[in-house]
Design a protein. Structure first.
Length: 258
């Protein structure tokens, strides 16, 4: 899994988050996220309290790539947001195509834009913890630092969503460690990888992004896009072409396995 550079813009917001280590108790969870039955099952149901919300069940510790829709399923994953310019546009494209996705959110971004986190959940998408500050060197840092990045982001995202917890953890740039995977799994967040790197973060042009999907989707079902970190207009354009194309090829849209 390739690491993406040039993301220093997160550093400007990390100061507001570093040092916060206490975990807030979560009192409610959306069953649309928790039921794990696929992209279309109850995804737009209203929030209902869960007595187990404050004690998430451990999930598998290995890095997930497969889709809950089986061998012809694909998982659309959207990283680094939410962003007030691009996330609404991505949500529009997903809605127009009837597609549910997994949004891997940076904690400080979620904290800054709780309305967008709630909009993502309300549309039936799932949440993923992408750390507090998107440090792609996470795997070189002490365990205490990894813990702070993962657990503080989990709290920030859960609070911003109104009580919906992230179901996955994606290490920035794929910088997983055995410790970070085990910690995430203990919090009910399945470590999440990817199979198709669209390279949209590099802004190679919408046509190149589409070509990357078409050439690499045979490698596996989990496709990586971004909705923050810069101008994501190429991503929005590419999604408008890629989603119908995937349907034409006989793929269905699901969530990563848990």
């Amino acid at each position: 899994m390739a690491r993406h550079g040039g993301r220093g813009w997160y550093g400007r917001v990390i100061a507001a988050a570093v040092g916060v280590t206490a975990m807030a108790a979560v009192t409610s969870v959306w069953t649309a996220q928790a039921d794990g039955s696929g992209a279309d099952s109850g995804a737009e149901a209203s929030a209902r309290p869960s007595p187990a919300a404050s004690a998430p069940a451990r999930v598998a510790v290995d890095i997930a790539h497969a889709s809950d829709r089986g061998p012809r399923g694909v998982n659309i994953t959207i990283d680094d947001g939410p962003d007030p310019v691009w996330t609404p546009q991505v949500l529009d494209v997903l809605r127009e195509n009837g597609v549910k996705a997994t949004f891997c959110m940076v904690g400080t971004q979620a904290q800054a834009h709780p309305d967008l986190v709630k909009a993502v959940v309300a549309a039936g998408h799932r949440l993923c913890d992408h750390t507090v500050s998107h440090d792609t060197s996470m795997d070189t840092k002490p365990q205490a630092y990894q813990s702070q990045q993962i657990l503080d982001a989990e709290r920030m995202i859960t609070e911003a969503s109104g009580g919906v917890r992230p179901l996955y953890y994606r290490a920035p740039g794929g910088a997983f460690t055995p410790y970070s995977r085990d910690l995430a799994a203990s919090r009910g967040m399945r470590p999440l990888g990817w199979n198709v790197d669209t390279k949209d973060f590099e802004r190679p042009g919408a046509a190149a992004i589409v070509a990357n999907v078409k050439s690499e989707v045979g490698n596996g079902p989990t496709i990586l896009f971004h909705d923050a970190g810069g101008d994501r207009s190429q991503t929005v354009t590419a999604l408008r072409e890629v989603l119908p194309w995937l349907k034409q090829q006989g793929y269905s849209f699901g969530f990563p396995v848990r």
